[in-house]
Ligand binder design. Structure first.
Ligand code: B3K
Ligand code: ZN
Length: 888
C-alpha cells in the first residue's frame, strides 16, 4: 500500500517518456501464494528526449533478477521504482519478480477470487504485476504465456489471440496469447480459472467472422443470455452508427465476483463485475438488465474510444470515459426505440448527473472534466470525468449536428488511430471536420468546459412587447467558485428551446433579422455573460421551454411560476421538459415544506399529476418518472443549510399525501399495469412494471397509515407469487417502505429463497440499508447486519450494498443528531483503508457535503472526518479525500 505523504501529480508537469517499450514477453507461473513473473521487454531510447536513467514502476513486488541483453547489471530500487543507468540505445531487459495474488485484497494488479486468478490494471495496477513504464503513452505489443494447475485452472486467457497451448509436468498446463495491437499496460489482462462459456459466432457488415465469448462459473451459464445479446447489439450498433468495426477475431467477457468497479475494457478480454453480466428474470431486476446493456456496450465501445485511441496521460481520462459514456448513452437510447422511450433514458441519465455530479461540482472534490492535479488517480474516476464529460461531448454533437459529429469522429480516428492523445485533440478533430460550425468558431472558448470546474447557472428573463409583437429572451450566465478556481470565464452554452402559447401550442420561431420562421425549436448559443434574443411575430406572452433535452449541464433559473410550469407539464412537445416541469413543481413544494416545517399539497398540482397518471397516451415509464419526487439529496443541494431529517419528513409527508389524494388512480394504475405476462426486459414492459410497483408502494403507504391490512396483504401475496425479481423486489420494497409488520417475514423468506445467489443477497442487504428512516431502526438494523454471516467488507459488492448504501444513499438514517452514523462511517473507512483503499476512498466521499449540514450534524461530522484524518496509516486514496473535505 502506498502510505505516507504521496506527491501531487500535475498536468503541467507532463513530459514524454525517456524510453519506449516496444514489445513485452510475459511468462506467468501462477500460484496463489507465490506467482513468478518473467518479463522480457524490448526497450529503445526516445530520441526526442534528453538521455536519462530508465525508471520502471513497481509496487508490492519481490525482485529476483535483472538482466540487460542477458547480462546481469547493477540497478537500484527507490520510491517504488527500479532504476537502471548507463543503458544502450536499444536492448532487451529481463526482470523476474514474484507476487502473492491471494494476499492482494486491494483487487488491483493480479489477485484471486472464487478460486481463480484475475487482473485489474487501470489505472496503475500493472506495476503490481511487474516492473514497467506503467503510463498510458507507452504502448507495446504483448505476448503472454500462462502456466497453471490444469485441474484448478482449466481456462487460461489473456489479450488477443491464442497461439499455442499444451500440457506441462505436475498436472500443469500452459497457453500462449499474442495481441497484435500495441497497447498501454493498463489494458493488459489475464484470467486463469475454472469457468465455462457461452459462445456466439457473428459476421460483421464487412463479412469478417468473429467469436464472442462470455465466461462465468459453471452454475451461471443460463444467466449470460442478456449479456451476450447486449454484446451482439453493441457490435452492430458501433458499425452502423460510427462505422467502427470489431477489429479482433475473438472478443471475450469474463465475470468475476470480487471487482472494484463495474467492468474493465482490457483489449479483447473485458473483465466484468458479475453484477453487470449475470441476469435471469428471477434474480435480476429491470434496472439490472438495463445496467448490463449499458456496461457491456460501454466496455465494448472502449475498444475504439480508449483502446485504439488512448489517453496520453491520466489527466486526459475523460477523453476516453466522457466519450464512451456518451456513446453508451446514445446506444441505449437508440435501442430503446420510440421517442418517448428515448426520453426516459435521457431523463434517467440527467437524474444521475444532477444527483451525483452537481454535488461533486459544488463540494470539496470539485475538479474540471480534465483535472489539473491529483494525488491518487483512482480518486478521479468520478462522475465529473464520466457523466459531465459525456455532456461535454453531447454539446459538441449539438453544436455541429449529428452528421457533423460523425464526420468529426471519423477524422479523429483518421488522425489518431494507434496514438495516445489529449482532450484537445478530440475537440480539434470535431471542430476541423465542421469548419462552419458554432463549435469551430468558438473553439477556444468551448474548451473551457474541460478546464473550469463548477456547474454554470443560466438565468433567463423574458419580456413581451404587445405593441411590437416581440418577445425578448435575455440569457445570462455565471459560475460559482470552486477550490483553486475563484473566477470563471463564460462558457459556450447551447440552449435548445421553444416557445408555447399560454394554451400550450408550439409557436414558430423567427428571430429579429430573419426573413421567415425556422421551425418551432432551435438552439440558441449563449457565449457572452449576457445575451438577448428577440423573437418576432408573437401575439401573446409565450411560455418559454428552455434547455430542452437538457442541452447543457447547467442549472437553469428561468423564474417560471406554477401557471407556466403547468402549461409545460401538460403540453411541452419536448418530453424531457415536460418531466422537468413536474420536477420543478414538486421541488418548489418540497422547498416550501422544508422552510415552513410542513406542506399541504394544492389541488392544481395534484390534479396535474393525476392527469399524467391517467393519461391515455403517455408511456408507463414516463409516468413513473413524473410521479417520482426529487430525491432527498437533490433537495438538499438546493439549500444553504441542510437538515436531512426535516427534508425526509417533508418528502415522506408529500408521498403520503399523493398516496391518499390519488388513491383511486393508484389502484387503477396498479390493476392495469401489474400483469405483464412472460418476462421481457424491453422498455415498454419494464415501464409497466415500474409504474405498477410505484402504485403498490403508494397503496401500501396509505394503507399502513390507516392500519388497513388489504394492500399490504396483496403486496405480500405478490411478493410470494411474483414471476420475476422486479415484481418480487417491488412488492418487498413496498412493505419495507411502509414500515409494515409483514416486511419482516418477507425479508426472512427472501433471504432463504436466494441464499445461494450473491447478487440477490446484495439486494437484500441494500434494501434494508436504504429503508426509510423510522424511529432509528434502520441504523440498528445496519449494525446488526454487519455481523451477519453473509456479510464481508472484503467483497466490494457486499460492502457497497450495506455500508455505502446506508452512508451515501439513505440521508435520514445516516445523519443522526447523535452523530452515531458518522462514527460508523469512520470505522468502516478505517477498516476498508487497510483492506482496499479504492473502496475505502469511495466510501469516504459520503461526507463530501458535510459543511452544509445544520448543527448538531455539522460538528459531529467534522469530528468523524478528523478522526479518520488523524490516522497515520492512511492510503494515499483515503488521505486525499478526507484532507480535501477538511480543507478550508
Ligand atoms: N476504465 C474502467 C475503470 C477503471 C477504474 C480504475 N480505478 C471502466 C470503465 O470506465 O469502462
Ligand atoms: Zn469507461
Amino acid at each position: 500500500m502506498r502510505e505516507g505523504i504521496a506527491p501531487v501529480v500535475r498536468r503541467e508537469d507532463y513530459t514524454a517518456p525517456a524510453w519506449w517499450i516496444r514489445s513485452v514477453d510475459l511468462c506467468f507461473e501462477l500460484d496463489p501464494a507465490k506467482t513468478l513473473v518473467v518479463n522480457r521487454m524490448r526497450i529503445e531510447r526516445n530520441a526526442d528526449v534528453q538521455p536519462q536513467a530508465l525508471r520502471l514502476h513497481g509496487e508490492d513486488l519481490n525482485l529476483t533478477r535483472v538482466l540487460v541483453d542477458g547480462q546481469s547489471v547493477s540497478f537500484r530500487v527507490e520510491n517504488h521504482q527500479l532504476v537502471l543507468d548507463n543503458l544502450p540505445e536499444s536492448f532487451e531487459l529481463e526482470v523476474r519478480t514474484t507476487c502473492a495474488p491471494e494476499k492482494n485484497t486491494q483487487l488491483s494488479g493480479l489477485y484471486t477470487s472464487g478460486g481463480g486468478f484475475f487482473t485489474q490494471c487501470e489505472a496503475e495496477g500493472f506495476r503490481r504485476i511487474t516492473y514497467f513504464l506503467d503510463r498510458p503513452d507507452v504502448m507495446a505489443v504483448y505476448t503472454v504465456t500462462l502456466r497453471a494447475d490444469k485441474a484448478k485452472y482449466p481456462v487460461l486467457l489473456s489479450n488477443g489471440n491464442l497461439v499455442e497451448q499444451g500440457e506441462a509436468e505436475n498436472g500443469r498446463h500452459w497457453a500462449k496469447w499474442h495481441d497484435p495491437f500495441p497497447k498501454p499496460s493498463y489494458l493488459f489482462a489475464l484470467v486463469a480459472a475454472n469457468l465455462v462459456c457461452r459462445e456466439q459466432r457473428i459476421r460483421s457488415r464487412s463479412g469478417a467472422e468473429h467469436l464472442l465469448q462470455v465466461f462465468v462459473r459453471a452454475g451461471d451459464l443460463e444467466k449470460t443470455e442478456h449479456a451476450m445479446n447486449s454484446l451482439i447489439a453493441s457490435v452492430a450498433w458501433d458499425e452502423a452508427r460510427f462505422k467502427l468495426p470489431l477489429d479482433l477475431e475473438r472478443f471475450m467477457i469474463v465475470a468475476v465476483g470480487d471487482f472494484n468497479m463495474g467492468a474493465m475494457e482490457n483489449k479483447g478480454l473485458n473483465i466484468f463485475n458479475t453484477k453487470f453480466v449475470l441476469a435471469n428474470p428471477s434474480t435480476a431486476t429491470d434496472s439490472d438488465y438495463a445496467g448490463i446493456e449499458s456496461v457491456v456496450g460501454h466496455e465494448y465501445f472502449h475498444n475504439w474510444t480508449g483502446n485504439r485511441v488512448t489517453c496520453r496521460d491520466w489527466f486526459q481520462l475523460s477523453l476516453k470515459e466522457g466519450l464512451t459514456v456518451f456513446r453508451d448513452q446514445e446506444f441505449s437510447q437508440d435501442l430503446a426505440g420510440s421517442p418517448s422511450a428515448r426520453a426516459v433514458r435521457r431523463i434517467e441519465d440527467v437524474r444521475v448527473l444532477r444527483q451525483h455530479q452537481f454535488p461533486e461540482d459544488a463540494g470539496p472534490m470539485a475538479h474540471p472534466v480534465r483535472p489539473d492535479a491529483y494525488v491518487a488517480i483512482d480518486n478521479f474516476y468520478t462522475t465529473t470525468v464520466y457523466e459531465k464529460g459525456a455532456e461535454v461531448v453531447r454539446m459538441q454533437q449539438t453544436l455541429v449536428g449529428r452528421a457533423g459529429f460523425e464526420r468529426g469522429m471519423a477524422l479523429y480516428f483518421q488522425r489518431h488511430d494507434g496514438q495516445a492523445v489529449t482532450c484537445d485533440d478530440f475537440v480539434q478533430a470535431i471542430a476541423d471536420a465542421n469548419p462552419d460550425s458554432e463549435l469551430n468558431h468558438r473553439l477556444e472558448q468551448f474548451k473551457r468546459w474541460y478546464a473550469q470546474a463548477g456547474t454554470p447557472r443560466v438565468q433567463a428573463r423574458g419580456q413581451f412587447d404587445a405593441e411590437q409583437r416581440r418577445y425578448t429572451l435575455e440569457l445570462s450566465q455565471s459560475c460559482p467558485a470552486t477550490p483553486g478556481q475563484p473566477q470563471k470565464q463564460p462558457f459556450v452554452i447551447p440552449v435548445a428551446m421553444g416557445l408555447l402559447t399560454p394554451e400550450g401550442r408550439a409557436l414558430p420561431l423567427q428571430l429579429e433579422g430573419e426573413d421567415a420562421p425556422q421551425g418551432s425549436e432551435r438552439v440558441l448559443v449563449l457565449h457572452e455573460p449576457m445575451q438577448s434574443f428577440t423573437f418576432v411575430g408573437i401575439d401573446a406572452p409565450p411560455v418559454p421551454s428552455l434547455l430542452r433535452g437538457f442541452s447543457a449541464p447547467v442549472v437553469l433559473q428561468d423564474g417560471l411560476g406554477d401557471a407556466e410550469l403547468l402549461v409545460l407539464l401538460a403540453h411541452d412537445p419536448d418530453p424531457f421538459n415536460r418531466w422537468e416541469a413536474a420536477q420543478r413543481l414538486s421541488l418548489n413544494r418540497l422547498l416550501h415544506g422544508v422552510q415552513h416545517g410542513a406542506v399541504q399539497l394544492d389541488a392544481p398540482y395534484v390534479d396535474a399529476l393525476r392527469a399524467v397518471l391517467c393519461h391515455p397516451e403517455l408511456d408507463a415509464a414516463f409516468k413513473e418518472l413524473v410521479l417520482t419526487l426529487p430525491g432527498e439529496g437533490y433537495v438538499a443541494e438546493q439549500l444553504e443549510v441542510v437538515d436531512p431529517q426535516r427534508i425526509h419528513a417533508v418528502r415522506e409527508s408529500m408521498r403520503l399525501q399523493l398516496a391518499q389524494a390519488l388513491h383511486a388512480e393508484w389502484i387503477q394504475a396498479y390493476e392495469t399495469h401489474r400483469d405483464n405476462g412472460a418476462y421481457r426486459p424491453d422498455p415498454v414492459s419494464a415501464g409497466r412494471r415500474a409504474l405498477a410497483n410505484q402504485a403498490l408502494a403508494h397503496l401500501c403507504l396509505d394503507a399502513a397509515a390507516r392500519h388497513d391490512p388489504v394492500w399490504p396483504g396483496k403486496a405480500l401475496q405478490r411478493f410470494k407469487d411474483a414471476g420475476n425479481m422486479t415484481d418480487r423486489l417491488g412488492a418487498l420494497s413496498a412493505l419495507v417502505g411502509a414500515h409494515h409488520e409483514l416486511a419482516e417475514p418477507a425479508l426472512y423468506r427472501f433471504h432463504a429463497l436466494f441464499k445461494d445467489e450473491p447478487l440477490v443477497i446484495d439486494k437484500w442487504f441494500a434494501l434494508q440499508a436504504s429503508a426509510p428512516e423510522h424511529e432509528g431502526r434502520v441504523f440498528a438494523r445496519v449494525k446488526q447486519l454487519l455481523t451477519h454471516p453473509d456479510f464481508s467488507l472484503r467483497n466490494p459488492n457486499r460492502a457497497r450494498s450495506l455500508v455505502s448504501t446506508f452512508c451515501a444513499m439513505n440521508p435520514s438514517a445516516f445523519h443522526r443528531p447523535d452523530g452515531a452514523g458518522y462514527a460508523f462511517w469512520a470505522e468502516r473507512v478505517i477498516e476498508l483503508n487497510a483492506i482496499n483503499p479504492q473502496i475505502g476512498a469511495r466510501l469516504a466521499r459520503a461526507m463530501d457535503r458535510w459543511r452544509r449540514l445544520a448543527e448538531p450534524y455539522r460538528a459531529t461530522a467534522r469530528e468523524a472526518l478528523q478522526r479518520v484524518a488523524s490516522r497515520t496509516d492512511l492510503s494515499a486514496e483515503v488521505r486525499e479525500i478526507v484532507s480535501r473535505a477538511l480543507e478550508e
